[in-house]
Design a protein around this ligand. Sequence first.
Ligand code: AGP
Length: 613
Amino acid sequence: MCGIVGYVGPRNATPIILNGLKRLEYRGYDSAGIAVIQDQRVHLRRNVGKLDNLERRVSEEPLNGQVGIGHTRWATHGQPSERNAHPHISMDGQYVVVHNGIVENYLDLRAELKSEGVIFQSDTDTEVIVHLVAAFASQGHDLTEATRLACNMLRGAHAIAVLSAAHPDRIVAVRIGNAGGVAVGIGQGEMFVASDIPAILEHTRQVVFLESRQMATITADSYTVQTLDSQPVKATVHAIAWDAVSAERGEYRHFMQKEIFEQARSITDTIRGRVDFDSGCITLPDLTLTSDEAKRLKRMVTVACGTSAYSGLVGKFMIEALARLPVEVDYGSEYRYRDPILDADCAALAITQSGETVDTLAAMEEVRSKGARLWSIVNAIGSQAMRIADGYITMQAGPEIGVASTKAFTTSVVDQYLLALYLGQLRGTLSAEASRQHAHDIARLPDLVGKVLDRASEVEALAERLATYDDFLYLGRGINYPIALEGALKLKEISYIHAEGYPAGEMKHGPIALIDDQMPVLAIAIRDSVYEKMISQIEQAKARHGIVIAVATEGDEFIQTKADHVLYVPELPALLSPVVTVIPLQLLAYYIAVHRGCDVDQPRNLAKSVTVE
Ligand code: AGP
C-alpha cells in the first residue's frame, strides 16, 4: 500500500523517482504524484490512475531538479483524485509531504488548523501534516525540527517524507509504528529514501532502515538519524544481497509467472547452507536455541495473514510431527483481540513475506508484551518483522513483486520444515537416521518442483477450459487442506472468480449443496494416508455432476477413472507434498486470470504490503 521514493544528489531526481515508483507499483495504488525543487521552488505533478498518467503529465510539463519526492497513493481518506493524490503542499507553497498510514487524530488537527486560518485543498488526513510542518517552520524551526514537532502531534502509524524549498538540499523522512518501512539508501554522493528496497536497488544496496519513532535527514553526501525525542541514533547500514535484475520481469509476461517459475531456484537458495546432507543436521544461523531451551518449550503459536497464514497451517503439521510440539495458528489480524494465553515456555512464529504487514506486526507486539520467545520467517531483509524478532529465518525467495504470493509461500513452507527438523533434533524427537532421511528428501525438492513446472502447458490447456466458470470449490485433507485454502485464495485474488477452500471431510456438512455441473471441484488427492477418503469425496462430488480436477501422484492411473481431469505431481513424503501440490494450483489461477484478461500482477483492490488495519 502506498509507496514513497525520494532522491537528493547531482542527477535529475524526476526519472529516478518515477522509476522507483514503478518498482513499487506491486504494492497497490490508485493515484500518484511527484514534487521536485527546481529554481528554488517546489513543483508538483499529480494524477489519478496508473503511473503512465503521471508520466504523461510530467512529459507535458517536465521537471528538472536535484531533490524530489514521489508517492503512489492507495486511498483511505478521500476518493482517488488528483487533489487527494500526494504530495500535499503547504499554503505558502514551500513545504511538501508524502505519507503512508492514517492520521488517527486528523479531524481534531484539521479543525485546529482551520481555526488558525489554514485552507485545505484535499479530503485527506495527510494534508494536516504539511500544514503542521509549515506552522512550526514559520516559528523559526529548521526542516528537521519542524517535522519532528509536527510528527509528535500525530496519532497512528506513519511513514513520511518531507521536503522544502526553504531547505532545498535535503529530505526528512520519519517512521512511526508500522505503516510500512522507511529505508535510506546510501549512494556515492547521492541519497535515496524509499518505502521498499526494490525502488532503489539499481542505485545502491547499502541501506539504513528506520525503526519506529526515528527520523532521518538526508543530503547528497550525509545522513543523520535521530529519535522523535531528539536523541541521536547510530544507525546500522545493511548490505542488501538482492540485485536489481532479480526485481526485473525479464522475458516473462508477468511477475507472478516469473515468480512461479523461479521456485526451483528459490527453494535451492532456501536450503543452501542450512542442511548437512551427510548428518541431516540443520543450521539456522539467525535462530539459535540450546537443547535445554528447546526441550522446555511447551507449545508454539504461529501468527500471519493471508497466504503466509496458510503456510503456517502447513508448518503446524510439520512441527507437530517432527518436533512433537503443539502448534496453534492464528491470523495476525485476530490475535491481539482475544487476550491470548502465552508465557516463557511458548515460542511464537510470525510468517510474513514483506515483514511489514501491520496485523502481523501487531500480533508480534502482543507476543512480546506477554514474554514469549519471538521468531519470524521473513523475505524482506531488514524489515520490521526481522528486526524485532529474537531470531529469524529468511525465505531467500528474492524480491516478490506480484501481489499474489507464490514463491514466498513455498520457501516459507520449506523454512518451517527446516525449523521442525531443527527443533526435533534439539528436543530429541528425531533419530540421526530419520534426520538423514529428511535431509535426503529436502535435497530432492528443487528437482521435483522443476518437474511440476515442466508440465505447465497441461495446466494452461486446462485453464482455458475452466476460465468461464464462476464458482470453484477446492478440497484437501490433512496437510493438503491448507493447500486447498491457498489454491482458492490464488484464484479469487487474481481472476475475481469466487472460490472456496474446504477441508474435504467438511464438504458434506454444507458446501455439497453448491455442487452441480457448473462447479469445478479441485481435489488434492495424492497417494497418502487420506487418499481413499479423498477418492470418496471425489465420488460424492461426481454424483452431483461436479467437474472434478484432481491433483494426484504421478503413476496413479486409477484416479483417471474418477476425476474429469488430473494434474500430476511427483511422489514425495506427505509432509513435504504441499511444496509440489500447490504449484499446479498457482499455475491454474495464473492461466485462468490471463485468459480472463485480468491484471495479474496488480489485481483490483489489493496491495502487496498491507500496512493499514
Ligand atoms: C497473497 O497472495 C496475498 N496477496 C496476501 O494474502 C498476503 O499473503 C498477506 O497480505 C500477507 O502478507 P505478508 O506475507 O507480506 O505478511
